[in-house]
Design a protein around this ligand. Structure first.
Ligand code: PGA
Length: 265
């Protein structure tokens, strides 16, 4: 696990966007797993600007979002589909037919969505880079505490804590869903590279469990300790509960020294 502590949330956004652009620069038809929520908003802005500045195209890119609410009307402004359109898809040259969320269209059996989504991800060759946030309860996607660490895309009931955390986005609490369809933990773990972004002191405990805690379904993000290629991008506040904070700063120093010495040659 590569734990990188940056000075503020802007630096986290810039580093996240840089990871995405790096993959896109190497593979024009990359498959990205994408996240919603407050944390990646600044990253998407940087990604739009950065791809334009570098002349990188999303024309051949495919995206799979982590999750979508169950029960919102199609086109609802609070749906994660609407969020993705607003924050990214409307601003880049991506083919809308290659943007996927685990949505439940009219007449579709919600129980069918998970297996269909899994098959679709497989048919596109799997996810090259998965972007993740983390809930203050340690969830990734909507895999709430006690989710099976082997879970696949399926319906999940949100915790009251998660519903409350997201209440601010809904003008009418009565229409806020308490269920969603989310990629499972095993689905996320299949991605070839994972980059997790966390900012703010309200994420510090979850980040502590993710990086230093025992692997446990009580803190679903802790499963990432078993993934071969995870980058965790943190601001100072999100990193504040890490007991190995100084070690991670030391690692960053060593890496800088190593890359400087390689550049000198
Ligand atoms: P947030 O959500 O970015 O809005 O804090 C993260 C999450 O719940 O995964």
């Amino acid at each position: 696990m590569d734990v990188i502590i940056l000075k503020d949330s802007d630096a986290v956004a810039a580093a996240g966007a840089a990871r995405v652009l790096e993959v896109l620069g190497q593979k024009t038809n990359a498959v990205f797993g994408l996240a919603t929520g407050r944390t990646p908003l600044a990253m998407y802005k940087q990604l739009i600007a950065g791809s334009r500045a570098a002349g990188l195209s999303f024309r051949d890119v495919t995206t799979f979002n982590l999750d979508e609410y169950l029960g919102l009307q199609p086109g609802d402004a609070q749906s994660y589909r609407a969020y993705m359109q607003r924050e990214l898809f409307d601003h880049v040259d991506i083919n809308p037919n290659n943007t996927f969320l685990p949505e439940c269209g009219a007449g579709v059996d919600p129980l069918e969505i998970g297996p269909t989504y899994e098959a679709l991800i497989r048919s596109r060759g799997g996810i090259d880079l998965q972007v993740l946030g983390i809930g203050s309860n340690g969830h990734i996607g909507f895999n709430e505490p006690t989710s099976s660490l082997s879970s696949r895309t399926r319906i999940k009931t949100l915790t009251r804590e998660t519903v409350l955390a997201n209440r601010k986005y809904f003008a009418d609490a009565a229409v806020q869903p308490s269920t969603a369809i989310t990629m499972g933990i095993a689905t996320i773990m299949d991605a070839r590279h994972i980059v997790l972004l966390a900012t703010g002191s309200h994420k510090a405990q979850a980040v502590g469990q993710l990086v230093e805690g025992p692997v446990s379904a009580m803190w679903p993000a802790s499963i990432l300790q078993l993934h071969e290629k995870v980058t965790v991008l943190l601001d100072e506040e999100a990193a504040s509960a890490l007991s190995l904070r100084d070690y991670f700063a030391w690692v960053a120093e060593q890496k800088r020294a190593l890359s400087d010495s390689l550049e000198d040659d």
